[in-house]
Design a protein around this ligand. Structure first.
Ligand SMILES: [Fe+2]
Ligand SMILES: [Fe+2]
Length: 288
């Protein structure tokens, strides 16, 4: 099929409140210069879902001149206001609420949301890790099934879907395995995610076949093992090319981790994956 190539910028974990201003200014320049077809932001727009953080996030996103779709991250649900957390968790997106899980209108390509962020998890506390509820998976599968034949499907989620960490079997995303099988069975082209603050481009084997998992790094000061970055994704026919772009011109392959860790905290345990560039901060960045 003779489609023109599409270029997406995949951003994640900007964490307004602790954003990296120079990295964001560079992203703005890249968008202006290269005019990508669309922007997908896979969550954690803010640090603590504070009003002033959302105001800054909304102003920045509204200043961009291209189609944008936004996923909700675990940091984007109010912590302190429990009433809002449970009954109106997305209210603070106000001015960009129409961009949350928005359709991008691209030719023969759909970016379909999958909710992995929950208001509460009865199995565990804290509630920062992912959980794909039955309802969330059903909604995503229905949206996939509603696409015209021949549409290439990308899924956008905040958390990677890996259910258990390899070296110690620790539970990461609840129902991740079942979800990955269902998505591989639907032949989705890739799942885009954030939350980890390091980029990756991996293929997971599931009972229903392989599933490509693409993670974007962070544009905040909360570094894990790579400098601030975003993913450029070029889709040409069935081919998808991912480049982890960064201000420091580190080669994309040196930015990528080879396994999915539990979270975005800098790796202190030798079992945890570290990107070849090895930019692990000596002191943990602030978390609030
Ligand atoms: Fe994050
Ligand atoms: Fe997160």
């Amino acid at each position: 099929m003779n489609d023109r190539p599409l270029k997406l910028f995949h951003l994640s974990d900007i964490h307004f409140g602790l954003e990296d201003r120079s990295a964001l200014a560079w992203v703005e320049r890249c968008i202006e210069r290269e005019k990508p077809d669309a922007l997908a932001i896979t969550g954690d727009l803010t640090m603590r879902a504070r009003h002033r953080e959302f105001d800054a996030a909304c102003a920045w996103i509204q200043g961009l001149d291209l189609p944008v779709t936004v996923e909700v991250g675990n940091h984007d649900i109010p912590y302190a206001n429990l009433y809002q957390r449970f009954f109106d968790p997305y209210r603070r997106f106000n001015r960009i609420e129409h961009l949350v899980e928005a359709e991008l209108g691209l030719p023969r390509l759909a970016v379909i949301p999958l909710k992995t962020t929950t208001r509460a998890q009865w199995q565990r506390f804290p509630w920062s890790n992912g959980w794909v509820t039955k309802k969330a998976l059903e909604e995503t599968l229905a949206a996939i099934d509603a696409q015209p034949e021949g549409t290439r499907i990308l899924i956008a989620a905040h958390h990677p879907l890996t259910e258990r960490r390899e070296h110690d079997n620790k539970l990461l995303t609840i129902n991740g395995t079942r979800t990955m099988e269902a998505l591989a069975g639907r032949k989705v082209a890739a799942i885009l995610s954030g939350h980890i603050h390091d980029p990756f481009d991996l293929v997971a084997e599931t009972k229903a076949g392989p599933l490509r998992m693409i993670g974007a790094g962070t544009l905040s000061q909360r570094i894990r093992s790579t400098p601030p970055s975003f993913n450029e994704i070029v889709i040409e026919g069935e081919d998808i090319r991912v480049t982890a772009r960064n201000l420091e011109d580190v080669a994309s392959r040196d930015m990528m981790i080879c396994d999915v860790p539990e979270n975005a905290l800098p790796p202190r345990d030798p079992e945890e994956p570290v990107a070849p560039v090895g930019r692990v901060p000596e002191v943990d960045p602030p978390v609030s």
